[in-house]
Design a protein around this ligand. Structure first.
Ligand SMILES: [Mg+2]
Length: 192
């Protein structure tokens, strides 16, 4: 089972980093300050905006949700190093895991579904924070498309989604698009 402090039904945040914990304006300002090299390597921590990390903290504080890394940073830097970097930027919580890296050009939403299935959390409340639409594939009602780095509005929407049941988020499956219906079937299969 996942190692975390919160209640089991508190929900899951799937976290992207680029475009979520930074934005164009922040990166431009960082690059103007010069490329930071530590131990002969590009300092990734310069890419994380502490103000956006504080907003991520507030989602966890308000919901008790656990955080799972779905960003390409899990491949590029690894879970441990990413965790250290986020903590150095003020993250007060833990990254409890990472989505599997699936070879073969799968949308990120599929990797998220694979994590939910592997951890028997297919029926859990969750929210996907990402600036790329492929992360929301299969999870249209549990997706926050972050447009310019994590904003207060994104935080409020993420909290609302985490506190809502699937029924509350999608009360009329009969009139929704085919994609939502296939998502419903998948969730029903997971509950069996
Ligand atoms: Mg991104």
């Amino acid at each position: 089972m996942i190692d975390h402090d919160g209640p089991d039904d508190a929900g899951i945040i799937f976290l992207d980093i680029d475009g979520v914990l930074n934005n164009g304006e922040f990166l431009t300002a960082q690059n103007k300050a010069g490329l930071v090299v530590v131990n002969d390597a590009f300092d990734l921590s310069s890419q994380v905006d502490p103000a956006m990390v504080a907003r991520l903290n507030s989602i966890v504080d308000r919901t008790g949700a656990i955080v799972v890394l779905s960003s390409s940073w899990r491949v590029m830097a690894g879970l441990g190093k990413t965790s250290m970097i986020l903590r150095s930027k003020g993250f007060n919580h833990k990254l409890v895991g990472e989505t599997p890296y699936m070879r073969g050009n799968y949308p990120r939403g599929t990797e998220i579904q694979a994590w939910l299935t592997a951890n028997r959390m297919g029926a859990s409340r969750f929210v996907v924070l990402d600036d790329d639409r492929d992360a929301g594939e299969g999870h249209p009602h549990r997706f926050v498309l972050v447009k310019d780095g994590l904003s207060d509005e994104d935080v409020n929407l993420a909290v609302k989604i985490l506190k809502s049941s699937n029924q509350e988020l999608d009360p009329s499956p009969g009139t929704s698009k085919p994609k939502s219906i296939s998502k419903k079937h998948r969730q029903e299969r997971l509950r069996r």
